[in-house]
Ligand binder design. Structure first.
Ligand SMILES: [Zn+2]
Ligand SMILES: [Zn+2]
Length: 348
């Protein structure tokens, strides 16, 4: 099979490798589609992965081709999505059901082989069936949609809330869709005009080029006392400052973006605003596949059934595996600005 493997930061190679064999607790998945996550760009070009060579890619869907043991044979032929975090099921977090907080987890696409290949083996306990009527491309965006949903649920967004999203990248856009679906009024900023144009094409009206105007002043004009909730998706110190300045009294800030700088310092002035306005700041990590309190992946899959055409607009770039390395390089060099770029397995 063909696989895109990373040998060192910046050293991606398209290779012919044997199709992996599933262990007794695993299944072999024939990949339908695998999205490039925002986190894959620094992973592939800067930080690297936990071992080499490794196939990146953690946002994928596929068809179960083979199972490692007889007991799972009913899965063969089924369309599935794969939860990328593999909990140890032995640590204190796992015993509490907090799998995303596992102290000794494995991860598809960063610690073991992921979805930028024609086939991948995954634990049987990580596959989730996809309802009929959803394409492999749409199901491959379940993971980022679930992360965005997790953020919106964590913030307890309500009808009538005002919400600011700093950064109109993939996760920012997906958070905007969930916040709008929850009845909130959405404000979004970015410094890339193309991203704001895309947000407008989805029907969002309150958009600001943060290079041109100070975000907090714009927010003050729109909502006198600041917004109820801010989602910080840029991971940039300026985004954090903007969030604090734009957040209203007793408001909430949800930190979503991975830090893109060595330090995420808060100046004393903005620090004082956190105190004075009694702002609640919280972080989010991954998404939930537990049935309790809510299986967010199931919620996403049901939403795809209702909003299929809306979510298909999110997928802006599609390539076969032969074009994947070039697409990675173009995104890294800021030659293209995909909302969601994807490898589509052309064998299908
Ligand atoms: Zn991701
Ligand atoms: Zn664990």
């Amino acid at each position: 099979m063909k696989a895109l493997r990373l040998y060192a930061p910046g050293d991606l190679r398209l290779e012919e490798v044997p199709i992996p064999l599933p262990k007794p607790d695993e299944v072999l998945v024939r990949v339908l589609a695998c999205g490039i996550c925002g986190s894959d760009i620094p992973r592939v070009f800067e930080h690297g992965t936990y071992k080499y060579p490794l196939v990146p890619g953690h946002e994928f869907s596929g068809i179960v081709e083979k199972v490692g043991s007889e007991t799972g044979k009913d899965w063969v032929g089924r369309h599935v999505v794969v939860y990328p975090l593999i909990p140890c099921r032995q640590c204190s977090s796992c015993y509490s059901g907090l799998y995303t907080q596992c102290l000794n987890y494995d991860y598809l696409g960063s610690r073991r082989d992921g979805g930028f290949a024609e086939y991948v083996t995954v634990p049987g306990s990580n596959i989730i069936p996809v309802p009929d009527g959803i394409s492999g491309e749409i199901s491959a965006i379940t993971e980022p949609c679930a992360v965005a949903l997790h953020a919106v649920r964590k913030a307890q967004v309500c009808v009538g809330d005002t919400v600011l999203i700093t950064g109109a990248g993939t996760i920012g856009i997906l958070i905007a869709l969930w916040a709008r679906a929850s009845g909130a009024e959405v404000f979004m900023t970015d410094i890339v005009v193309e991203k704001l144009k895309f947000a407008r094409s989805l029907g969002f009206q309150h958009l600001l080029d943060a290079k041109q105007t100070t975000v907090s002043e714009w927010i003050k004009q729109k909502c006198k006392h600041g917004v109820d909730i801010v989602f910080e998706t840029t991971g940039h110190p300026a985004g954090l400052e903007t969030s604090i300045e734009s957040c209203g009294i007793s408001g909430k800030i949800v930190l979503v973006g991975n830090p893109s700088f060595e330090e995420m310092k808060v100046p004393a002035k903005q620090y004082g605003m956190i105190l004075r306005k009694e702002i609640q700041i919280t972080g989010i990590w991954n998404s939930l596949v537990n049935e309790y309190p809510k299986n967010e992946w199931q919620v996403v899959l049901q939403e795809f059934k209702k909003e299929n055409s809306l979510y298909s607009k999110i997928i802006t770039h599609k390539v076969p595996i032969e074009g994947l390395k070039e697409l990675f390089i173009a995104i890294y060099n800021k030659k293209v600005f995909p909302v969601k770029a994807m490898f589509i397995n052309k064998e299908i």
